[in-house]
Design a protein around this ligand. Structure first.
Ligand code: NAD
Ligand code: TYD
Length: 339
C-alpha cells in the first residue's frame, strides 16, 4: 500500500508515521511537510533510515512541488498539514487561510487528477464550536466554529465535501478532541505546562481555568485513524474521543502532581478572546462501526507523556530554538527535501 502523508513531521503526524511503520504492513510512506516552526525532523530521527519511509520538504500550497512529490495511484492520502494553534490564529489568520483552506483545495485538486484512491482529512471538534451543559458533539452536529483556526478547518471540511459530491473523490473526515503525548510542540496546554513545571516557571491558566477539553492519547488516536482510513465508510465523518473530559485546571494540577511541584506555580492570566468553554465528543460511531477503544486512561496517558518530556529535555531545547529550525531549512530547502 502506498501512503502519502502531509504534515507528518508535526506532533500527530510523526506519531502516526511511527505507528504505520511498526504496526501495519505498509510498503511505502511519503511524508510531505513544509517544516514550519511546528514540524521537526527531530521527531522522526528513529525512522529516517527505514527503506519504506521517505521525507520530502514542501508546502501543500505549492502545486508544482506537490505534483512532483505525489506518486500516481497513491492508495491513501492523509492530510495532517495545518497551522494548528488557536492563539496564533488570533494573532494573525493569514497563514491559517493559506494552509488550512487554500492548501487543502490544492491537495484535493491534485488528488483527483492523480487518482488518489482515498483522501482522509484530519479535522477537529473545534469546527463544531463550544458545547454547553452535559451534551456531546457527534458527526451530525452543526459546524459553528468560533476561532479563526476553527473557521479555517471548517472551511476545509466543506471543500472536502464538495470534492466528494461534485467530483466523486473518495473522502473521509476525522474530528478529534485534544490530542496529547510525546513530540507535541510546547505551545499547547499539556506540553507547555510540563515544560514550564520542569523549568520551574509559572503556568499560565487562561481565565478561570474551568474550560473543558476532551483528551485523547496520541497512540490511541493513531489506532483510531488507521481504523477509519482502512475501514471507515466513504463520505463519512468519524469523531475520535476517549470519553475523557477534564477542565484545564484539573489537567494543570495533574501535571504539577505528576512532577511533584506545588500549585503555587499556577498563574491566572487574561482569558483567550472567544474562548470555547467546552468540547465533548460522542465516539459511538467509531466504537460501534470500527470496534475502537482507547487503551490509555487520562492518568496513564499523562504519566507516559510526563515521563517522555522528563527524559527528553534536549528535544524541548532543540525544537524551540530558532537556530535549529534555520538549520533544517538550510539543509533541506523548502522544496527538495532529502530522499
Ligand atoms: P502540528 O502543528 O504539530 O503539525 C503540523 C504539521 O504541518 C507540521 O509538521 C508543519 O510543518 C506542517 N505544515 C504546516 N503548514 C504546512 C504546509 N503549508 N505545507 C506542508 N506542511 C505544513 O499539528 P498537530 O497537532 O500534529 O495536528 C495535526 C492535524 O490534526 C492538524 O490538521 C490539526 O488541525 C489536527 N488536530 C490536532 C489536534 C491536536 O490536539 N493536536 C486536535 C484535533 C485536530
Ligand atoms: P490548546 O492546547 O491551545 O488547545 P485548544 O485551544 O485547541 O483546545 O489549549 C487547551 C486549553 O488550555 C484551552 O482551553 C486554552 C487553555 N490554555 C491555557 O489555559 N493556558 C495556556 O498557556 C494554553 C496554551 C492553553
Amino acid at each position: 500500500m502506498k501512503i502519502f502523508l502531509t504534515g507528518g513531521a508535526g506532533f500527530i503526524g510523526s506519531n502516526f508515521v511511527r505507528y504505520l511503520l511498526s504496526e501495519t504492513g505498509v510498503r511505502q510512506v511519503i511524508n510531505y511537510d513544509k517544516l514550519t516552526y511546528a514540524g521537526n525532523l527531530e521527531n522522526l530521527k528513529d525512522v529516517e533510515g527505514d527503506p519504506r519511509y521517505r521525507f520530502v520538504c514542501g508546502d501543500i500550497c505549492d502545486r508544482a512541488a506537490l505534483d512532483e512529490a505525489l506518486p500516481p495511484e497513491t492508495d491513501l492520502l492523509i492530510n495532517f498539514a495545518a497551522e494548528s494553534h488557536v492563539d496564533r490564529s488570533i494573532e494573525s489568520a493569514a497563514e491559517f487561510i493559506e494552509t488550512n483552506v487554500l492548501g487543502v483545495q490544492a491537495l484535493l485538486d491534485l488528488s483527483r487528477r492523480k487518482g488518489v484512491r482515498r483522501f482522509v482529512q484530519i479535522s477537529t471538534d473545534e469546527v463544531m464550536g463550544s458545547i454547553e451543559g452535559d451534551r456531546y458533539f457527534n458527526e451530525t452536529s452543526p459546524l459553528e466554529p468560533n476561532s479563526p483556526y476553527a473557521a479555517s478547518k471548517a472551511a476545509a471540511e466543506m471543500l472536502v465535501r464538495a470534492a466528494r459530491m461534485t467530483f466523486g473523490l473518495e473522502t473521509v473526515v476525522v474530528r478529534s478532541g485534544n490530542c496529547y503525548g510525546p513530540y507535541q510542540f510546547p505551545e499547547k496546554l499539556i506540553p507547555l505546562m510540563i515544560s514550564n513545571t520542569i523549568k520551574n516557571v509559572p503556568l499560565p491558566v487562561y481565565g478561570d481555568g474551568l474550560q473543558e477539553r476532551d483528551w485523547v492519547f496520541v497512540g490511541d488516536y493513531a489506532r483510531a485513524l488507521w481504523a477509519v482510513a482502512m475501514k471507515g465508510r466513504a463520505g463519512a465523518v468519524y469523531c475520535i474521543g476517549a470519553r475523557t473530559q477534564r477542565t484545564n485546571l484539573e489537567v494543570v494540577r495533574a501535571v504539577l502532581a505528576g512532577l511533584g511541584r506545588p500549585e503555587s506555580l499556577i498563574r491566572y492570566v487574561q482569558d483567550r478572546p472567544g474562548h470555547d468553554r467546552r468540547y465533548a465528543l460522542d465516539p459511538t460511531r467509531l466504537e460501534q462501526e470500527l470496534g475502537w477503544r482507547p487503551a490509555e486512561s487520562f492518568a496513564s496517558g499523562l504519566k507516559r507523556t510526563i515521563e517522555w518530556y522528563r527524559s527528553n529535555p534536549s528535544w524541548i531545547e532543540k525544537v524551540t530554538s530558532g537556530a535549529y529550525r534555520d538549520y533544517y531549512q538550510r539543509m533541506y530547502g523548502r522544496r527538495e527535501g532529502y530522499r
